[in-house]
Every structure is written in C-alpha cells, then in structure tokens.
Design a protein around this ligand. Structure first.
Ligand code: ADP
Ligand code: MG
Length: 452
C-alpha cells in the first residue's frame, strides 16, 4: 500500500524492479529502460514510450508480466496505459544526442526524425562525399553550387538519414528556419487534396515559404505530370530566392525516367551525390554501433559473421540487430551462435544456405582428411574413415543444427545413439587432439562460422 504513495516514479520504479527480476537484461534495456512514467492518478498509471513500435511490442509481449508484477506489488487494483512520446525527444536510441531541447523547440522539428543526425552517421568511402556535401548544405543552406542537393542511391543506404540530418543540423544552427520536410508521395497527396478543396493557393504558399525544402524519394513523381508542374514552380520560386532544396532519389538525375526534362535540367544546376553499398569494414562499424545503441552485447566474431552475409543494405544490418534483440526477448533466450546463425539465415535468405549443406561439410572434411567422400558417408569402420565421419557428423550438428536421427540417416543409415557417441567423441578430441581441433576450426571458418 505504501508503495502507492511514492508517486508516479515510485510506482513505476517498483514495477520496473520487479520486471527486472523476471526478464533478461537485454529485454529490460530494449523495452523498459526508455519507459517514462508521466502520470499516476486514481490508481491509473500513464507510461510514455519513445515510439509506436515499442508500444506495440510491449503490449503484445509483456502485458502479462506487467500485470503479474502489479498484482504482486500492490494490494489495490492498479491500471496502466501507454502513450507514445509525441516529440520522441527522449529517444533512448541515440546516446550521442547530448543536446536537450525544450518542448517548444522540439515542435519546430515537425516531422524530422531526430534520430537521424550527422553524429551517428557512420562514414566510409561509399558515403563520405554525400555526408560532407550534406553537412555543408546544412551549415550554409542556399549556396548556389549545392542547390539543389540531390542524394541518390539504392534502398537502405542512408539517403533519408542524411536528408533529415541536414534539417536537424540546420535547425540547430538556426532555430528560426522554416523547414519543410516531406516525401514525394505526401507532396502529391497534398497537392491533390488542395485541388479537390480549391486550395491550391494555400498549397503553393505553404511550400514556397520554406527556407529549406526536403523532398524524399522523388522517383515517385514519375508519370504524375500535374504534380511535377507544381513542383517545378515551387522549385523555381525557392531557387530564385536563394532557398535550399534537397532531394533524394533512387537514381542519378540523368538516368531518371518519367520526369520532365525541364525538371531534370534544373537538377543539373546543383550537386548530385551518391551513396553506395557499404564495404566490409563499414558494415562491421555499423553493426558495432547499432549493437551498442541497442545495448546488445555481441561477440566480435558474430558481428563479422553478420557483416559477411548481409551486404547490400544498411537497413538490413540494423534490422538484423533489432531482430536478434526481438527474438531473444520474445523467446526469453540469450543471444548465442545458434540464434545469430538463425537470424542471419532468415535475412540473408539463400546466400548462406548455399555454402552450408551436409554435402559441403563432407566435401570439406574430405579435402582436409584425404578420405574419399563416399567413404565418409559409407559403412567402413576403419579408424581414419570413422574419424572423418564423426567429425562430419559433429559439424552437421553444430553448424546446421540437424537432428541426430537425420544425421544418422545421411551417414550410412546409423541410429541416433551412434551419432550421439560420435558427437561426444569429437567433443572430447577437440580438446585433447590438436589435429582434430585445427580441422574443425578451419572448416568452420570456410563455411563462415568461425565464431562457433
Ligand atoms: P534510404 O533512405 O537510403 O533507403 P535510410 O536513410 O532510411 O535509407 O537508412 C536505413 C537505415 O540505416 C536507417 O535507420 C539509417 O539510420 C541507417 N543508416 C544508413 N546509413 C547509415 C550510416 N552511414 N550510419 C549509420 N546508420 C545508417
Ligand atoms: Mg529513404
């Protein structure tokens, strides 16, 4: 009963501590550290969450735990509800954003995502120029040579991130700027609505009063002639009065199809910068950073494993980290090599399955042990052959997680107790026998599982 008198912080504090006893650390970090208790009245607790995703996640996965904690802690009935932080100011993801913004200041950020900053944009030679140009534009909007700035490249490579970072940084330097930030679809929709409601003048004024106009994914203007015309006029008005325009697109302007040539020629007066897929080192750097942001502890070898298999897209790298976190929270298990392999397999699709197959394991064991493949899967009990077979079985279990009976079936129709014996023998030899240990390590490495 007393606990209820401790006010909103005390009530949530007690629940938090109780949850901590039940849930793994990473689940607490991922979902509960960012909860802010904002109100407690008539035994009803209001909890603020940084985004809709956490809200849905907690509601669908942890409701029962929360209710149990409440029931065990308080004699009276305590209700709770969640709401999403409007400003997302207290975004726990971005530990580097040290600036504190007041709520009124935050309003001006309209729909800029504050998570996207230059500080947390990791630079490699694939995106260095794009970042430098973006930063320069944000510090000095409207310079002729950089107007418009067009950031182009494939999906998930940081275009939207950079565009928002320009807005965020420009506002930091000059909070009075009017920044209009929009996707090309929203621009089209706004325009169509203004036509419908006879408000095209307001529409035009709204966009033409911006100091910086940010439009994301302009490839979606393709084929929308009237929208392009509106955009062309808006563009001219802004350009002529020295206002900055920043656009993102999936292709170099010269290669964009379905956009009017007068627009494309306007684009050429500015600067186009590209973002390319990240190389291996940048992928590792991004994974390390994203893991840290999400308070996820991963072995370096697991990070390398992910970086080796997920190659084209930074959003995918980030997605892998989130997925790991989600899976381990959902299933209430610690992150180990098996989980990492599983998640990477899900995301990388066939590309890792190609390398990992029983046949491939046998082939690699055969290459190193010089025992023929058909002998490894055959019936011979000769010592060297049996040993190569046992090592193969061991790797099939370890790398592919196959069941004992499936392994037995493949290796000459043996039963699961034989396989179990093989696993035990190899497990022991791995410690006592250097040759076996080296062989296993080198095959794991070739298959991309060096972290096991
Ligand atoms: P695009 O707009 O090119 O499709 P996004 O800007 O939406 O890609 O980027 C996808 C995700 O990857 C975002 O969460 C973004 O923060 C992250 N990201 C992309 N590039 C980087 C980078 N260089 N450093 C850190 N995070 C990045
Ligand atoms: Mg984007």
């Amino acid at each position: 009963m007393d606990k209820l008198k401790n006010g909103v912080a005390g009530v949530w504090g007690a629940i938090y501590q109780d949850l901590k006893k039940k849930l793994p650390d990473h689940a607490m970090h991922a979902w509960f550290d960012s909860v802010i208790p904002v109100g407690f009245q008539k035994n009803s607790l209001v909890l603020e969450l940084p985004n809709q995703f956490s809200l849905e996640w907690i509601e669908s996965h942890y409701k029962e735990e929360i209710t149990q904690s409440i029931n065990s802690l308080f004699k009276e009935r305590v209700q709770y509800r969640f709401l999403v932080s409007k400003s997302q100011i207290k975004n726990s993801f971005n530990k580097r954003s040290k600036e504190r913004f007041s709520r009124t200041e935050a309003k001006k950020f309209n729909n800029l995502n504050m998570k996207y900053t230059f500080d947390n944009f990791i630079v490699g030679n694939n995106n260095e120029f794009a970042k430098t140009a973006s930063e320069s534009v944000s510090k000095n909007p409207g310079q002729q040579n950089f107007n418009p700035l067009i950031i182009y490249g494939g999906v998930g490579l940081g275009k939207t991130h950079l565009m928002h970072a320009i807005g965020n940084n420009a506002l930091k330097n000059n909070p009075n700027l009017n920044i209009v930030n929009i996707t090309s679809e929203k621009f089209t929709l706004d325009f169509v609505n203004s036509l419908r409601k006879n408000k095209t003048i307001e529409f035009a004024q709204n966009y033409r009063s911006s100091d910086i106009l940010l439009i994301d994914d302009i490839q979606f203007f393709r084929g929308k002639e009237q929208t392009q015309e509106q955009f062309f006029h808006t563009f001219n008005v802004l350009y002529q009065s020295g206002k900055q325009i920043v656009l993102t697109a999936d292709k170099f302007p010269g290669e964009m199809k379905g956009l009017q040539s007068r627009l494309l020629s306007r684009f050429q007066s500015g600067l186009s910068v590209d973002v390319q897929p990240p190389n291996f080192e940048l992928r590792v750097a991004i994974l390390l950073e994203k893991a840290e942001q999400n308070k996820l502890t991963l072995d370096y070898s697991a990070i390398e494993f992910i970086a080796r298999h997920i190659k084209n897209n930074i959003r995918e790298l980030e997605g892998t980290i989130i997925r790991l976190l989600a899976k381990s929270s959902l299933l209430n298990i610690e992150i180990d090599h098996q989980l990492v392999t599983e998640v990477v397999k899900e995301r990388a699709g066939g590309s890792i399955g190609n390398e990992v197959s029983i046949e491939n394991i046998v082939k690699k064991v055969s290459q190193i042990s010089k025992i023929k493949e058909h002998e490894i899967v055959g019936k011979s009990r000769k010592m060297e052959i049996a040993e190569a077979r046992q090592v193969s079985m061991f790797l099939c279990r370890e790398v592919m997680g196959l069941s004992l009976s499936n392994i037995g079936m493949f290796f000459g129709g043996r039963d699961h107790t034989t396989v179990m014996h093989a696993l035990k023998t190899v497990g022991e030899k791995q410690i006592s026998n250097n040759r076996i240990n080296t062989m296993i390590k080198s095959i794991r490495k070739e298959l991309g599982f060096s972290f096991l």
